[in-house]
Ligand binder design. Structure first.
Ligand code: MD6
Ligand code: FE
Length: 220
């Protein structure tokens, strides 16, 4: 092998990867959404023009480093008294932008491919990370229907996903999530503690110095 061949392989930002089972009922579908990335990003921009990204304040009083907005019938919001799903965006005092058909179709296909047929999300939380932003270890437990999975789509800069256990004390493992990766998780893994490490500096051809994550859920 010529030296430049090796360099090319190391330079490649997204090495060829396979789907991986992260847990009994958790699947990483490598690059599953990559072909739709530009359309997804365009739709995110349109949503953010109606319901802008904002740094919500946690009940503890801290501004989150991750900027968030939502689309679909319900959006995820925080306020001094806790977290909840609301049909109204508190920033605009209007309903959230509708969920684009591309979003719900992609989420349903990913869920099906991972053993959760018939997934019909009514909420899509959109997270935007700039370098330094992170998400502390948490469980997704604000949804009424915990039998439905969560489908998570990563776009732009890569991030290390922290994947823990059923108790906060379990030390999480790190799983890099690349542009286009989709994680589907439900069933016995639905309440697994997880988070996202501080985003490293970088430049992605489609998003610049940003990472986006879409999480689809059945909130009600
Ligand atoms: C993120 N994701 O990747 C944050 N939650 O930016 C989550 O918090 C998450 O990816 C539940 C299921 C999948 C996720
Ligand atoms: Fe989460």
């Amino acid at each position: 092998m010529k030296p430049h061949t090796i360099l090319l392989a190391l330079d490649s930002p997204e090495p060829a990867r396979r789907d991986v089972k992260l847990g009994t009922e958790t699947t990483l579908l490598a690059s599953f959404a990559a072909a739709h990335a530009s359309d997804l990003l365009e739709a995110i921009d349109a949503i953010a023009r109606r319901s802008p990204f904002r740094h919500m304040i946690t009940p503890g009083g801290w501004a989150m480093s991750v900027a968030m907005t939502s689309c679909g019938a319900f959006g995820w919001v925080t306020n001094p008294s806790g977290y909840r799903y609301d049909a109204v965006d508190p920033t605009t005092e209007q309903s959230w932008p509708p969920m684009p058909a591309l979003f719900s179709a992609l989420a349903a296909r990913a869920a099906s491919a991972s053993g959760f047929p018939g997934f019909s999300p009514d909420a899509c939380l959109i997270n935007r990370y700039q370098p330094g932003a992170h998400l502390s270890l948490h469980q997704d437990r604000d949804e009424q229907d915990l039998t439905a999975p969560v489908v998570s789509v990563s776009l732009g800069l890569p991030a290390n996903f922290l994947w823990g256990g059923q108790k906060r004390a379990v030390r999480p493992i790190r799983i890099p999530l690349w542009h286009g990766d989709v994680v589907v998780w439900g069933g016995v893994d639905r309440l697994t503690f997880h988070g996202v490490s501080r985003l490293a500096d970088g430049e992605h051809p489609l998003t610049g110095a940003l990472r986006y994550n879409l999480t689809f859920r059945k909130a009600r």
